[in-house]
Write a protein that binds this ligand. Structure first.
Ligand SMILES: *Cc1c(COP(=O)(O)O)cnc(C)c1O
Length: 384
């Protein structure tokens, strides 16, 4: 049996400080969590508005289950497409300012489905080097030609677009980069796409619910509206539940219904999740206070982290990475914080480039200013 080879590989990973391990939560997702019987102050969830454990969402999920049952029982194209799914798609589309939307089970599957449905042999996908793994996997799976450009480097993207004369062109980018927290320059990207007749797929996993008026996302943040923009966002982060959607022109959505394999060949999500998400959308739309509080925490954290031996990366979002450098050093800092009852994930290659291991601090509107103060103080103590 080849178990020995597998174990050797894992041991090698461990020696490099790259072994991944899970820890088990014994409480709902919240700033204060219980892991292995111990309580921690957590800065690593993407539950940016604190909706994952919100009483009204819990009630909506319960009512949804009463009304619709538990399982969808089939794919959307067979008999799994329920009234709650359908209503949610309409509301999501109008919320982000698009004519139509389509629910997917996860953001990972949405990205696989969209890229594969819109680009194939003879087409070209242009991708930022810091894009999320799901976009990277999606473009490989699509069998289109792939051109990657340096992070947010519009000059290089322009050159690459210029070189391609045939086939469909699809530019794909995180709107908020998941490990860096910075934004893609969407107005410039759109201008280039218009100039070169390319489509623009933005992955708004970390902007939806947080950025723009009423949390409508990165398009609203930049004030962008264009038929050539396709917007994907996840529903397991700021929305606090599970799932993802793609919003675009009706003909694009119809194409996805017919050709996105990760849509066609999978069971619809439980309709009760759609009930919970309809409530989540209400909370997001009326969540200016939550977003205001989150913004104040971001300012507090950034100013408090000045003067540390590790650098705060340029980010105005809820993702505030602290650049450490080495893998072991990042792990060690994360462990030292954990000893103090604070939980921040260390992110290492290949998720981020070599030599840029970091603590990925994420803030939530559910944090209190005192929580952030405690993190700042602990980091200053550890730096001494
Ligand atoms: C989390 C994430 C995804 C995947 O979404 P899931 O719903 O968790 O599968 C896709 N893109 C980005 C940028 C993400 O951060």
């Amino acid at each position: 049996m080849p178990f020995e080879a597998l174990q050797n590989e894992l041991d090698e990973r461990a020696a490099l400080g790259l072994l991944r391990q899970r820890r088990m939560l014994q409480s709902p997702q919240a700033p204060h969590i219980i892991v292995d019987g111990k309580s921690y102050l957590s800065f690593c969830s993407n539950d940016y508005l604190g909706l994952a454990n919100h009483p009204q969402l819990i009630a909506a999920l319960q009512q949804g289950a009463q009304q619709h049952g538990v399982g969808a029982g089939a794919a959307h194209l067979v008999s799994g497409h329920g009234a709650a799914h359908h209503r949610l798609e309409h509301e999501l589309a109008s919320f982000v300012g698009k004519p139509a939307a389509l629910l997917f089970s996860t953001g990972y599957m949405a990205n696989l489905g969209v890229v594969q449905a819109l680009a194939g042999k003879g087409d070209t996908v242009f991708a930022d080097k810091f894009n999320h793994a799901s976009l990277n996997d999606a473009m490989r799976l699509s069998r289109a030609k792939v051109k990657r450009y340096r992070h947010n480097d519009m000059a290089q993207l322009a050159q690459l677009l210029e070189q391609v004369k045939v086939g469909r062109k699809l530019v794909i980018t995180d709107a908020v980069f998941s490990m860096d927290g910075d934004l893609a320059p969407l107005p410039e990207l759109l201008a280039l796409c218009e100039q070169h007749d390319a489509w623009l797929l933005i992955d708004d996993a970390h902007g939806f619910g947080v950025l723009g008026a009423q949390g409508r996302g990165s398009l609203a943040h930049f004030g962008i509206a264009s038929q050539r923009v396709i917007c994907m966002a996840t529903l397991g982060k700021a929305a606090g539940v599970f799932g993802a959607f793609v919003a675009a022109e009706q003909v694009v959505i119809d194409t996805l219904v017919n050709h996105a394999r990760s849509y066609v060949y999978t069971t619809a999500t439980p309709p009760a999740l759609a009930s919970a998400l309809l409530e989540s959308l209400q909370q997001i739309a009326h969540g200016d206070e939550l977003r205001g509080h989150l913004q104040r925490l971001i300012v507090q954290l950034r100013s408090g982290l000045r003067g540390l031996p590790w650098s705060v990366m340029p980010s105005a979002t809820a993702i505030q990475p602290l650049l450490v450098g080495g893998n072991q050093a990042a792990l060690k800092l994360s462990e030292k914080l954990r000893e103090r009852g604070i939980w921040v994930a260390a992110i290492r290659p290949p998720t981020v480039p070599q030599g840029t291991a970091r603590l990925r601090i994420t803030l939530s509107a559910a944090h209190h200013a005192a929580d952030v103060a405690r993190l700042i103080e602990s980091l200053h103590e550890l730096a001494r």
